[in-house]
Every structure is written in structure tokens, then in C-alpha cells.
Design a protein around this ligand. Structure first.
Ligand code: PBG
Length: 330
């Protein structure tokens, strides 16, 4: 056989400089989005038990939290509101002076450079915790798709009117992206982008969030409108529909257990793609880290890098501020 000039990948791993030169994927603070929870009050920082480091914040505290993250380089936040009262029409979602609308105005006034994205959903504002108008029947209840679209469009418009830079519909009603796009355009917000939760699975990984946003459904579950975790082709169809309807950025959620979906969405459509590392992804890492079972920092960074490698341009993570600090220290 003689000498075989084998490729030896080890040659390129000999020094940090070489490793950096051949590095294919990078994590950068400019890709991070920090989700934040706001509720009315003053000086309020109500901890979420299953999400250490995450709080329900009153608007004054929200400014502090957003400003600290922004100073570390986090360019954007994703806002969720917890209203004081809930009803069957989700009135709080589109009230001109609702909690999210107030918070957006304040954020844009105090931190004009920070990109403010709002979660557009009715579940936090509905008595029953579902995404849409419910018609009760013998089997529990049925969500009425089309009447819900009007409320979603109204909610998105009220966020834009308050100054939101981008809206992110997170329900999974059919036709919501078109309804929101049409309403935004009608009101002159033609430049406000839509980041749609396009491939959103009916996932147990949202558990801790429902405590954070106080949005657990009071009856039934979300399987009639979120996707079956067994389905991948369906996820691609959902994404295709949202793009046709006018989504500017498509999101896959959860992130780490759905990297195959992320990869396929990016490969198939080549659209700006966001990955949402959801509440339980955060909780599990925190819990194992606190026990000393894993290296929290290393696991968090590796997980986010994996999302980038799979195709995510944008990383939505509760750890955004910490990650920014770690990246800075590196
Ligand atoms: C709906 C919404 C949810 C999440 C983001 N937007 C919860 C749900 O669909 O039940 C989950 C995010 C997370 O788990 O971190 N408003």
C-alpha cells in the first residue's frame, strides 16, 4: 500500500487560531432576544419558581431589566403581559392602555435603541386560558378560528400603535398572519415586520411558561391548534402558509428537541429563522446546573450553538443576558 496521504482533521485543531479560522458557526450577542414578563404594579419582581432568574416585572422594574440586558449587548426583547383581569373576549390584549401597550411605550421612551417585539396572543387575557374565542359544548369547548382572527389583528395593531418594532403572533389560528398583515397595512404600519410562531408544537416544554404567564388552559388542552410532535412535514406546510400570508421571520418552537425541524425549515425556505429555547429547556438546564450535575454555562452555549448550526438566525432565550455576559468574558 505504501504511504497513504490521509486527511488528518487533527491538523486544524492544533491551536486556537486554527480552530477559529475553520469555525463554521458562531454565537453572537447580536442574535439574542430576551423574553420578559410584565404586569402592573411598582417595584414588583415576582419570581417564577421553575425559572430561576426570571420574574414577572412591574413596568419600572422591566425598564431596569431590559436596560441591563441591553447594556450587555442584547439587541431585542420579546414582551409578554399578565393582565389584572381576564375575560371571555381577551379585552386586555387589545386595550389601548393594556399592560403590554403601556410597557411598549415606556420601553421605547426609555430605551429607544432596544428592539421591542410583542407576543401577540390571547391566552393570557382569556378567562379560560385558550388562544381564541371558545364555544362551550358537551365535550368541553371548541375554539372559533375566524372570529378570533379579528381580535388577534386588533391586538397586533394596538401593539404597533404603542410603538412595537415587530409583532410575533404565537397562537396557531389559521389565517392569522394574513389578518394581522392586512390590519397593520390598513393602519399604515406597512414597515412593521411579523415574526410568526410558524412551527409551534403542542409541547410539554411550555410547562413553566404557563406559571410565568398565568395562561394554563382551564379545560382541555392545546392539541386542537398546536402541532403534533410526531409531525415534520406538517411543520413545513405551516411555515409555507405563514410565508405566503406575509410572515417576515418564521419561528420554530421549542428549539433543542426540534433541531431537525429547524434545519428543514431553514433549508427549505431560506427565510430568516428564529429558534425559541422555551421555558422547560431553561428550567432543566438551571435545575441540573444548580445541582452541580452539569456545567450550566457550557451546556447553555453548546445548545444555542446547536440551534445556530441547525439554521437559526435568531435565538430567543431566557438566558440571553447571562449568555451576553459569558460571550463578553470569552
Ligand atoms: C403563547 C405562548 C406560549 C409560549 C410562548 N407564547 C405558551 C403556550 O403556547 O402555551 C411558550 C414559551 C415558553 O415555554 O417559554 N402566548
Amino acid at each position: 500500500m505504501g504511504q497513504f496521504p490521509a486527511y488528518r482533521s487533527r491538523r486544524l485543531r492544533q491551536s486556537a487560531v486554527l480552530r477559529q479560522l475553520v469555525c463554521e458557526t458562531r454565537l453572537d450577542v447580536t442574535q439574542l432576544v430576551l423574553p420578559l414578563f410584565v404586569r402592573s404594579g411598582r417595584k414588583l419582581r415576582r419570581p417564577i419558581a421553575a425559572m430561576p432568574g426570571v420574574f414577572q416585572l412591574s413596568p419600572d422594574e422591566l425598564i431596569g431589566e431590559a436596560s441591563r440586558a441591553h447594556q450587555l449587548g442584547v439587541p431585542a426583547v420579546l414582551l409578554f403581559g399578565i393582565p389584572e383581569t381576564k375575560d371571555a373576549k381577551a379585552s386586555g390584549a387589545y386595550a389601548a392602555n393594556g399592560i403590554v401597550q403601556q410597557a411598549v411605550r415606556l420601553l421605547k421612551k426609555e430605551l429607544p435603541q432596544l428592539l421591542v417585539i410583542t407576543d401577540v396572543c390571547l391566552c393570557e387575557y382569556m378567562q379560560h386560558g385558550h388562544y381564541g374565542i371558545v364555544q362551550r359544548d358537551k365535550s368541553g369547548g371548541r375554539i372559533l378560528n375566524d372570529p378570533t382572527l379579528k381580535l388577534l389583528a386588533r391586538t397586533a395593531a394596538s401593539h404597533a400603535q404603542a410603538g412595537a418594532d415587530m409583532v410575533a403572533p404565537s397562537d396557531m389560528m389559521d389565517g392569522r398572519v394574513r389578518a394581522i398583515r392586512t390590519e397593520l397595512d390598513r393602519l399604515g404600519f406597512t414597515e412593521t415586520p411579523i415574526m410568526s410562531y410558524a412551527a409551534k408544537f403542542a409541547s410539554a416544554f411550555y410547562g413553566p411558561f404557563r406559571e410565568a404567564a398565568e395562561s394554563a388552559p382551564k379545560f382541555g388542552d392545546r392539541r386542537s391548534y398546536q402541532m403534533d410532535p410526531a409531525n415534520a412535514a406538517e411543520a413545513l406546510r405551516e411555515v409555507a402558509l405563514d410565508i405566503q400570508e406575509g410572515a417576515d421571520i418564521v419561528m420554530v418552537k421549542p428549539a433543542l428537541p426540534y433541531l431537525d425541524i429547524l434545519y428543514r425549515v431553514k433549508t427549505e425556505f431560506g427565510y430568516p429563522t428564529a429558534a425559541y429555547a422555551v421555558s422547560a429547556e431553561y428550567s432543566m438546564t438551571k435545575a441540573a446546573g444548580a445541582n452541580g450535575w452539569i456545567d450550566e454555562r457550557a451546556i447553555t452555549l453548546e445548545s444555542l450553538l446547536a440551534m445556530r448550526r441547525a439554521g437559526a438566525d435568531i435565538l430567543i432565550t431566557y438566558a440571553a443576558a447571562e449568555v451576553a455576559r459569558w460571550l463578553k468574558a470569552d
